[in-house]
Design a protein around this ligand. Structure first.
Ligand SMILES: Cc1cc2nc3c(=O)[nH]c(=O)nc-3n(C[C@H](O)[C@H](O)[C@H](O)COP(=O)(O)O)c2cc1C
Length: 175
C-alpha cells in the first residue's frame, strides 16, 4: 500500500478543504506548513504540496524547494488553489513563474478556491480593492479571465471548491 503525505498551507480555508477531501479519497498523513512539525519524508511514497495562490506565488512552496534534493525517491505533486477560473495561458505563466530547474518536471494541478473579502485581513482586502480598481479601468475586451473573475467576485462571498478538481490529481497518484 502506498504511503502518502499532504503538506499544505491555507490562509482562508480552501486548501484545507481540498486536503480533507483528498484524505477522504486516499488515506494519507496531513501536515499543515507553519503549524505542525515537518515529518521525516523518507517513509512516504508520494507527497502532495498544496497551497493557495497569492499574487502569482504558491504558498508553502518554499518547503518543496528547500527539501527537493532529499526527495528523490518520492512521487512529488503540487496542487495549487486560486480564485481565478482555470485558464491554460495563465496556468502556464503561473508554472513558469514558480518552477524552475529540476522543479519544472513536477506535475502541477489546479483547483478553484474561495473568495470572501469579509474574511480577509485588512491588508489583503486593501490589496484586492486596489487591484479591482485598476482592473475596472481597463477595456473589458483586453481583460484576462482572472481579471474578469476579480471584478465579478468583488464584494461577494464565493466558494468554488469542488471535488472534481481533485480527479486528475487522484488519477495521477493512483497510477
Ligand atoms: C491578497 C490576495 C492575493 C491573491 N492572489 C491570487 C492570484 O494571484 N491568483 C489567484 O488565482 N487567486 C489569488 N487569490 C485568491 C486565493 O488564491 C484564493 O482565495 C484561494 O482560495 C486561497 O486559498 P486558501 O484560502 O487555502 O489560502 C488571492 C487572494 C488574496 C487575498
Amino acid at each position: 500500500m502506498n504511503k502518502g503525505l499532504v503538506l499544505y498551507k491555507s490562509k482562508y480555508g480552501a486548501v484545507k478543504k481540498y486536503t480533507a477531501m483528498l484524505k477522504s479519497e486516499l488515506p494519507c498523513d496531513i501536515c499543515e506548513i507553519g503549524k505542525d512539525k515537518l515529518p521525516d519524508f523518507n517513509p512516504y511514497d508520494w507527497i502532495v504540496f498544496a497551497g493557495g495562490i497569492y499574487a502569482g506565488g504558491i504558498s508553502g512552496l518554499h518547503i518543496l524547494k528547500k527539501n527537493f534534493k532529499h526527495l528523490a525517491s518520492q512521487k512529488l505533486v503540487v496542487f495549487c488553489v486560486g480564485a481565478s477560473p482555470y485558464d491554460e495561458k495563465s496556468f502556464a505563466e503561473l508554472k513558469a513563474h514558480n518552477f524552475c530547474g529540476d522543479l519544472k518536471n513536477i506535475p502541477v494541478f489546479y483547483g478553484r478556491g474561495m473568495w470572501d473579502e469579509s474574511k480577509m485581513s485588512w491588508k489583503d482586502r486593501a490589496l484586492c480593492k486596489m487591484l479591482q480598481k485598476a482592473v475596472a479601468k481597463k477595456d473589458p475586451s483586453s481583460c484576462e479571465p482572472w481579471m474578469k473573475a476579480l471584478l465579478c467576485s468583488a464584494g461577494t462571498a464565493c466558494d468554488w471548491t469542488d471535488r472534481s478538481y481533485l480527479i486528475p490529481l487522484l488519477s495521477y497518484l493512483k497510477a
